[in-house]
Design a protein around this ligand. Structure first.
Ligand code: GRF
Length: 198
């Protein structure tokens, strides 16, 4: 059974999808803890299932590197096989990435390498794109630059707002993340720093 720590900053619908999948005993991964940089609403999904949660706030640390070390220490307590950033809205410091990568993955609401960063959905719309999607990738020391594991695309509809598009992206993102974690757990996907997409 693959032990997974999930990191979030917001509503946690991707986290909920993972928790729901893992509630099935046939699913080969177990969510052992959920961590955040803030009092994220999505932490309630873990609390209501009696899964441990932790919050490590940047304001309690002198700088980003110190925060990263604190976050890493909290995660280490749970000895995870995999760390999943599912809506963590903070760039992880290099030392943190070196400790957990390549067993450290992220889900991003665009078809990387297009539209990296915190405003991927807005940026795709602003660029006049007709297609976008979601990418699950290994986190490396760059921002949304790590090796791609899986991606899925969708057409952008005429006149669609950022919120509407993001919600439609999330509808394909949740199952993609659940499938990717499953495939890592079964060995169908192997995490190596130079991973080539299958
Ligand atoms: C997801 O689209 C994720 O890719 C992005 O933020 C969103 C988080 O959604 N970074 P939720 O909190 O899982 O609902």
């Amino acid at each position: 059974m693959l032990k997974v720590v999930v990191l979030i900053s917001g509503g946690g619908s991707n986290l909920k999808a993972l928790l729901d999948a893992a509630a099935d005993s046939a699913y080969p991964a177990q969510i052992v803890a959920v961590g955040s940089d803030t009092d994220a609403g999505g932490l309630d999904y873990a609390r209501e299932r009696d899964i441990p949660t932790f919050i490590v706030r940047p304001r309690d640390y002198a700088d980003r590197a110190a925060w990263g070390a604190g976050f890493a220490a909290a995660i280490r307590e749970f000895a995870p096989d995999l760390v999943v950033s599912a809506g963590l809205m903070r760039v992880l410091p290099a030392e943190f990435v070196r400790e957990f990568s390549p067993h450290l993955i992220n889900t991003h609401p665009a078809l990387l390498p297009l539209y990296p960063g915190a405003h991927a959905v807005r940026d795709a719309l602003a660029a006049g794109a007709t297609e976008t999607g979601v990418t699950v990738h290994i986190i490396d020391e760059g921002v949304d630059t790590g090796p791609v594991l899986r991606s899925r695309s969708l057409k952008i509809l005429d006149g669609e707002s950022e919120e509407e598009l993001h919600e439609r992206i999330k509808q394909i993102e949740r199952p993609l993340l659940v499938e990717t974690v499953r495939d890592i757990a079964t060995g169908e996907l192997t995490l190596t720093p130079s991973h080539a997409a299958d």
